[in-house]
Design a protein around this ligand. Structure first.
Ligand SMILES: C[S@@+](CC[C@H](N)C(=O)[O-])C[C@H]1O[C@@H](n2cnc3c(N)ncnc32)[C@H](O)[C@@H]1O
Length: 205
């Protein structure tokens, strides 16, 4: 299943863009990209909620990918609407065409709490520039975390990036779970321990 659903980008030129037609076998739209999907329960939930959307999911952790592929097979959701990437999501993001996606999800990214490791955080200016390039104008970058320091970091990084605008108007917009939100296992565990989950939506301007 992984062989069918994962693009073989090693065989194409390193600098060349990978058209979505080559990924999905047909011209497709809309397309959403979930980065670091863990075991994929949010991604499966999105596929159920939005059967018209084409999804790309990246997760380098083999157990997570295996859990997702098993859940996908059991779900009977159509393989036509999903492609996966079991590597660093940024390698794939850098190959996607300009303005090709409507949404990017980065949920509970690794917090890298030590200051000297902050440069490893996936939300940084360089990766935001890549996300801005592949998102369509008006597209959405959705992020969440229950780590307060990481939430501050993500708000600061995305707010100071010239291509993104924070959609929040009031505190409840980032404090209260959106109505159609699909909580991940990680999020549910954190809430059971009393942690506050933060929900961040930024528009590609
Ligand atoms: C804390 S877990 C959260 C998983 C899931 N998003 C959730 O909310 O339950 C972070 C995930 O990001 C993945 N990850 C870390 N760096 C990544 C990268 N560069 N590209 C794609 N996934 C990455 C990890 O393997 C891990 O599964």
């Amino acid at each position: 299943m992984l062989v069918r659903l994962q693009p073989d980008i090693a065989t194409t030129k390193a600098q060349k863009r990978l058209p979505l037609e080559d990924l999905f076998g047909a011209a497709v739209s809309p397309v959403w990209f979930e980065i670091g999907f863990g075991s994929g329960e949010h991604l499966i939930g999105l596929m159920r909620q939005h059967p018209e959307v084409y999804m790309i999911g990246a997760e380098p952790f083999i157990n997570g990918m295996a859990n997702f592929l098993q859940a996908l097979a059991e779900s009977k959701l159509p393989e036509t609407h999903i492609r996966v990437w079991m590597e660093d999501a940024i390698l794939l993001a850098e190959r996607l065409p300009d303005q090709s996606l409507e949404r990017i999800y980065v949920l509970n990214p690794d917090p890298w709490p030590k200051k000297r490791h902050h440069k490893r955080r996936i939300i940084n200016q360089e990766n935001l520039t890549t996300f801005a390039r592949i998102l369509k104008p008006g597209g959405l970058l959705v992020m969440s975390t229950d780590v307060a320091d990481l939430a501050d970091w993500m708000v600061t990084e995305a707010s100071r990036h010239p291509d993104f605008n924070w959609t929040a108007q009031r505190a409840d917009d980032w404090r209260i779970m959106p109505a159609d939100w699909i909580p991940t296992r990680y999020e549910s565990k954190g809430k059971a321990k009393g942690r506050q989950q933060i929900y961040l939506m930024f528009n590609r301007n």
